[in-house]
Design a protein around this ligand. Structure first.
Ligand SMILES: Cc1cc2nc3c(=O)[nH]c(=O)nc-3n(C[C@H](O)[C@H](O)[C@H](O)COP(=O)(O)OP(=O)(O)OC[C@H]3O[C@@H](n4cnc5c(N)ncnc54)[C@H](O)[C@@H]3O)c2cc1C
Length: 555
């Protein structure tokens, strides 16, 4: 709780601005009290800032008014859609005394075109909302989702070039046609919408002339108020699969095989190849049952836990979509290629349904749980906790969002993993994402892992690795520093590790696919010419530098 004096001096200084904000969006849509705004200056990372106010505009016109005001008063605005960018900065701006715009009220689904398989939406539309809407209306369409928060914004995630699960998992790649409020308050449409008459605004990404849509992603050159998002036609047949590697020494061969299968089109999904720590973070947590000792797991302890839960050294899940013939053919190829290296399990809708119902009978919370645990272990070679993941994996590969996977953010939190209403920022989870991208060869992937692993060990953190297949030629090497947020020394160590990871990978030529707010102002420093050119654009569009100064090195 801040002192009354501090609260007063804070509001006195900016009183006229706050009054204007209230006139523009309505009094109830402005947060100004220190205690309220400070929660928007926090994330699961140690990086913190103190915003001036938080504003919830409801229309494009209100956003235009806010931009005019910011230019007049030389204020900084920081836009988020739903603000759930957990682990990369959430709603935290780069500078103190910034006004945060949260666009969650702008959540209209403007149109769905079933024939051409796309929707036009506002930035507050979440994965959960779009998915439910499509189902309720009975459209034969699937919307990709992340394995992150179901309340995440479809547009916000796409503008950050987030990655989903299905063949439509390149989220920015599937965004088509933007409406943008520019830093001078004018509104423009990109791509085929530029003329205002075009019939292909949401179907033809490139428009005519220079392609501008890209300058609004990972940037601060505009506020996106509407966008088209391509959806996946419901396939005739869908089968998901889980692969578990038996021997860690086969990891390089597995990487080579994934590339081959992806280039052939057999692997269509954004595979998440995860190591044992990722699965452990999902199954258990430090403050609970077992993990009470030390800052990170000893090798013996890790081996013991992996055995207990039935966790492999590396595993991944994927989906096959298409005609019955195609699905059967891909299954044959996958069996032939993967079976020599480990265990491959196919999951149909029926199998997922059966597992879900079995778990209702014997899963956590049921009377039979204790009795059945050992029997399940004997029959399936897996723990009940691991079986629980099966229907969730199957569902997310159909684009159904779930909070289930977000629970692994609680690995080192003092708060017990909730079953729902997950909020890692509220619950003091310590998580920092670090996400360099590498060419998809075993040589490059191994190099990055060999650069980063010793740094994790030196800093005493568990080595969390998820390799996300972005396209058949590149893979994101997603590392997470899971730390105890209440422990100041551990927070400092976590931040120091993050800085080292950024430095070492950049020095070896691996750029980040997306970065956290704590590193944004430096992300372009190794590309001076690129930085110079994008800053020329920034100065031309935003001479007063009002939109998110410093974001991704711009302004
Ligand atoms: C356990 C866990 C798992 C996760 N899994 C995934 C995953 O699988 N894939 C993934 O991509 N992410 C994942 N995340 C990260 C993150 O939670 C998601 O990316 C989430 O969707 C981002 O929040 P949001 O959609 O509300 O975006 P926002 O926070 O609203 O937006 C993100 C950023 O985009 C910019 N932006 C947003 N809206 C606008 C706009 N209208 N105009 C201009 N700029 C804008 C802003 O700079 C903003 O900070 C995960 C996080 C956790 C903790």
């Amino acid at each position: 709780m801040k002192s009354t004096l501090e609260q007063e001096s804070h509001s006195n200084r900016f009183e006229p601005v706050i009054e204007r904000l209230k006139q523009i969006v309505g009094e109830s849509y402005v947060l100004e009290k220190l205690d309220e705004v400070e929660s928007y200056g926090k994330d699961t990372t140690p990086f913190r800032k103190r915003p001036l106010a938080v504003v919830f505009p409801g229309t494009t016109e209100e956003i235009q008014e806010l931009v005019f005001l910011a230019n007049k008063e030389k204020l900084s605005l920081w836009t988020v859609s739903n603000g759930k960018n957990w682990g990369y900065g959430a709603t935290v701006p780069l500078r103190d005394e910034t006004i945060i715009l949260v666009l969650e009220r702008m959540n209209k689904i403007v149109a769905v075109d079933e024939q051409l398989a796309y929707a036009v939406i506002e930035p507050g539309v979440s994965y959960a909302q779009l998915n439910l809407y499509i189902k309720e209306k009975g459209y034969k369409l699937w919307c990709d989702t992340t394995d992150g928060p179901p309340g995440g914004s479809v547009i916000g995630n796409a503008l950050e070039r987030g990655i989903g699960e299905t063949p439509y998992g390149d989220h920015f790649g599937n965004l088509c046609g933007l409406e943008v409020v520019l830093p001078n308050g004018e509104v423009m449409q990109t791509g085929g919408g530029a003329s205002g008459l075009s019939k292909t605004w949401n179907t033809y990404k490139w428009g005519t002339g220079p392609y501008l849509e890209g300058i609004f992603s990972q940037s601060n050159l505009g506020i996106v108020t509407k966008a088209g998002i391509w959806l996946m036609p419901e396939p005739e047949v869908f089968v998901s699969y889980v692969f578990e590697l038996t021997d860690e020494r086969d990891f390089p061969s597995l990487i080579e095989m994934i590339r081959r299968l992806a280039l052939q089109g057999v692997v269509q999904t954004k595979l998440h190849l995860i190591n044992d720590i990722v699965e452990l973070a999902l199954m258990t947590q430090y403050s609970g049952e077992l993990l009470t000792e030390g800052d990170c797991l000893t090798l013996d302890h890790k081996i013991k836990l992996c055995k207990q839960f039935g966790i492999a050294c590396w595993s991944f899940a994927g989906g096959i979509y298409g005609s019955a013939q195609r699905v059967a053919a891909d299954q044959t190829v996958l069996k032939k290629e993967l079976a020599p290296f480990g265990k491959l399990t196919f999951i149909t809708d029926a199998k997922a349904w059966q597992t879900e119902n079995l778990l209702k009978l014997i899963g956590p919370g049921s009377l039979f749980n204790g009795i059945c645990k050992d029997a399940i272990r004997q029959i399936f070679g897996k723990s009940i906790e691991l079986l629980e993941a099966v229907p969730k994996i199957h569902a997310i590969l159909k684009g159904n969002p779930t909070e289930y996977f977000v629970r692994h953010a609680y690995f080192k939190s003092q708060v017990k993993k909730p079953d729902n209403d997950i909020d890692p920022v509220r619950d003091q989870c310590g998580l920092i994402w670090f996400a360099p991208v590498a060419p998809l060869t075993s040589k490059h992937v191994t190099e990055v892992l060999n650069l980063c692993k010793p740094l994790f060990e030196e800093a005493n953190f568990d080595f969390y690795v998820a390799l996300l297949l972005t396209n058949p030629r590149s893979i994101v090497i997603l590392l997470s520093i899971l730390y105890q947020k209440e422990n100041e020394a551990e927070s400092i160590r976590a931040q120091a590790l993050y800085e080292k990871l950024c430095a070492v990978t950049e020095a070896h030529g691996y750029q980040q696919y997306r970065t956290g707010v704590a590193y944004m102002d430096r992300i372009m420093n190794r590309s001076p010419k690129y930085k110079e050119i994008v800053n020329l654009i920034k100065t031309a569009l935003d001479p007063n530098n009002i939109l998110a100064p410093g974001r991704y090195g711009l302004g």
